[in-house]
Write a protein that binds this ligand. Structure first.
Ligand code: NDP
Length: 249
């Protein structure tokens, strides 16, 4: 697989209904990748299929990433039906923000289950076919908050920092099989997730961004496509920050 190109590669992108995941799915599809994008509802899955209708081999499927058996089944059916899985993008994520003293166990668990445990399970499911084909690109979406911390996001920061650590461990495990594992850490990107932040918090965040504006989902999607590319084969275990300079590692 040394001369593999984009055309006809198969990708699984979680949380592809909107925001960053939708942009990633579009970006890969536009390069000729056959993208399977996930949604939590049938309706959402249908919308993904429609949004990617111009690109051959793309479709939306329903998946709640916290359902381990369903996640394994989606990976298995992709490999069975399409013969391979080249790219996994773990993008689906949630927030349940509140100050630590008020943070309930269920909000801790929901964020850790969706943003960390589910990412591990999908990686585990994808590793087997990637090892067999001796090629793979795993890109996990973390967050600037995993590196900097943020008041009100102890659960989210813990999950994202956990994904970054897990990524480095997997990169070491899988390097000899030509599977790369990296993260893209968005800063403050215009999506539903950030639209719900109070105006004063949005202004405070903006003041910390040297480039002076929020990022767009496409800014993150381009970075993901770079790391998912066949040409990024000598980059593994890295976290690529896409944040307008608000945090410089
Ligand atoms: P959105 O809230 O806009 O979209 C979230 C996506 O995740 C949706 O497609 C949603 O599906 C999916 N999703 C949520 N829960 C589940 C679940 N249990 N199973 C499967 N899919 C699920 O988020 P963003 O686009 O803003 O964020 C995407 C990623 O980027 C997340 O990992 C987030 O943490 C990260 N990020 C975002 C930043 C930002 O500024 N926006 C900053 C840093 C990181 P559905 O529509 O079906 O509910």
């Amino acid at each position: 697989m040394s001369d593999i190109g984009w055309e006809g590669q198969v990708a699984l992108v979680t949380g592809a209904t909107r925001g960053i995941g939708a942009a990633i799915a579009r970006e890969l599809a536009a390069r000729g990748v056959h993208v399977v994008g996930t949604a939590t509802s049938d309706d959402g899955a249908q919308r993904i299929t429609q949004a990617l209708a111009a690109y051959p081999g793309c479709q939306g499927v329903r998946l709640d990433v916290t359902d381990g058996a369903a996640a394994e089944a989606v990976v298995a059916s992709i490999v069975k039906e399409r013969g391979a899985l080249h790219i996994l993008v773990n993008n689906a994520g949630i927030t349940r923000d509140t100050l630590a003293m008020r943070l309930k166990d269920e909000d801790w668990d929901a964020v850790l289950d969706t943003n960390l445990k589910a990412v591990f399970r999908l990686c585990r499911a994808a590793i087997r076919p990637m090892m067999k084909q001796r090629y793979g690109r795993i890109v996990n979406i973390t967050s600037v908050v995993g590196a900097t911390g943020n008041p009100g996001q102890a659960n989210y920061a813990a999950a994202k920092a956990g994904v970054a650590g897990m990524t480095r461990a997997l990169a070491r495990e899988l390097g000899s099989r030509r599977i790369t594992v990296n993260c893209v850490a968005p800063g403050f990107i215009e999506t539903d997730m950030t639209a719900s932040l109070p105006a004063e918090q949005q202004q405070a965040l903006l003041a910390q961004i040297p480039l002076g504006h929020l990022g767009k989902p496409a800014d993150v999607a381009h970075a993901v496509a770079f790391l998912a590319s066949p040409h990024a084969g000598y980059i593994t275990g890295q976290e690529l920050h896409v944040n307008g300079g608000m945090f410089m590692a």
